[in-house]
Design a protein around this ligand. Structure first.
Ligand code: C5P
Length: 416
């Protein structure tokens, strides 16, 4: 991140007291940080502290003639290579979603072409409210990246999702490309990584389908982290509302059969395959050509099994290093180890799903298993977790290549 020009927007939530610490963590990584505060942020932290840690005068007023003469707001918007708003309040998210240019920070966000990241912080009931979630979805569909929020105790005395991520975690995500590239770059640079992501959609008739709650966030975050580590990344994605990460080639598919065909069309040059898609296990035996009418009192659907794409890749005579996911509601370790062995994988990433955890959420906690080894990652934002997972995959890939080499992989024995 050395020399990266970041505008740090600080809005008026209690987590603003952590903003000076965040400035330090960003500057530790070499970033040049220009702080822009909203007026209500002043209730929670001070301009003096932020100026001292950033080493630059803090901006907050759209109508400050002196600051505008030095660097006008349009110039400032062009100067920024990234805009990070932390904490981002519910009010700021609403203003950004609505395109309001009512203060300096809102105006900069509209006038920039730089990527925008928000680290939301608010009471957990506010975070769960329909209005905030609608704004979140709208912002994400426009390419705004959301970091967190974290789950835990809140300033209001309650507990739940709504805490701002810790400054170190935010800085780590923002510095993602370098953080991953330094450690994993050596083994991933010039390699081809194929990642499947999102749900599949199995048509019943022209307007109805069977699908699942996968958001694609884990797969997209892994694609972004692998690209940042220098890999050539091919992302095969089911229908999701996420922007394609920079430097990633994306092929859109709908059904499991389409995904199967797309994977095998390009698999021969792939070094690492990561199956993060939530592939539907079954599809309707036949897709009705016309919309099914509501005439019968009962309707039965015949389903047939979809191909197991991950297992089909692991079975190839010259297979890539193959990584799968196991999303389980119970007996996580047992099921994950079974899958590692049965599907003949090199690694399996196991996560608990259900009750708001794992599938459609922004955070994940996982246990990773491979032959004779395992590592646990605590609950963290999927973007941060993806960097750690790519580092581990790169490490195991390098170890595997130097011992067995692909295509001559030894049989897996699980140590229990
Ligand atoms: O067996 P299970 O569906 O739990 O395995 C999950 C793993 O297998 C994930 O990595 C998923 O992407 C992959 N999978 C697949 N094709 C299927 C079903 C699952 O590639 N038909």
């Amino acid at each position: 991140m050395s020399g990266t020009k970041i505008i740090l927007g600080v809005t008026g939530g209690i987590a603003a007291y952590k903003a000076p610490e965040l400035v330090r963590r960003l500057r530790d990584r070499g970033a040049i940080v220009q702080v822009v505060m909203t007026h209500s942020a002043r209730e929670f932290t001070t301009e003096t502290a932020l100026q001292a840690v950033s080493g630059r005068p803090v901006r907050s007023d759209l109508w400050d003639p002196q600051a505008e003469a030095a660097m006008g707001h349009i110039e400032l918007a062009r100067w920024a290579e990234r805009i990070l708003v932390a904490p981002a309040t519910a009010e700021f998210m609403a203003r950004l979603a609505g395109g309001f240019a009512s203060d300096l920070l809102g105006t900069l966000c509209l006038a920039t072409t730089a990527p925008i990241c928000l680290a939301p912080a608010m009471n957990h009931v506010m975070w769960a409210s329909e209005a905030v979630q609608a704004n979140r979805r709208l912002l994400e569909s426009r390419g705004v990246q959301l970091l967190g929020p974290d789950i835990g105790d809140q300033a209001c005395g309650e507990s739940g999702p709504g805490r701002m991520l810790q400054p170190e975690a935010i800085a780590k995500i923002i510095a993602g490309p370098v953080a991953v590239a330094e450690t994993a770059g050596a083994s991933l640079r010039g390699k081809t990584v194929m990642i499947t992501a999102g749900p599949t959609l199995e048509a019943i008739d022209p307007v109805r389908f069977i699908s699942n709650r996968s958001s694609g966030k884990m797969g997209y975050s892994l694609a972004s982290a692998a690209a940042a580590a220098g890999a050539k990344v091919l992302l095969l994605s089911g229908p999701v509302s996420l922007p394609v990460p920079r430097g990633v080639e994306c092929i859109n598919i709908e059904s499991a059969e389409e995904l199967h065909t797309a994977v095998h069309r390009s698999i021969s040059n792939v070094d690492i395959f990561i199956g993060a898609a939530a592939v539907a296990d079954y599809r309707p035996a036949a897709t009705e050509p016309n919309k099914i009418k509501r005439v019968r009192t009962e309707l039965r659907l015949d389903l047939v099994r979809n191909p197991d794409i991950l297992a089909s890749v692991a079975e190839l005579p010259r297979r890539p290093f193959t990584v799968g996911f196991a999303a389980e509601t119970e007996k996580l370790r047992e099921h994950a180890l079974q899958k590692l062995e049965q599907k003949k994988l090199d690694m399996i990433i196991a996560n608990k799903v259900g009750h708001g955890v794992g599938f459609d959420s922004d955070e994940n906690a996982v246990d990773v298993y491979w032959k004779n080894g395992q590592k646990s990652f605590p609950l963290s934002a999927k973007a941060a977790l993806a960097g750690d997972l790519i580092e581990l995959i790169a490490e195991r890939y390098a170890a595997n290549s130097s011992s067995a080499g692909h295509g001559t992989r030894p049989a897996i024995a699980i140590r229990d």
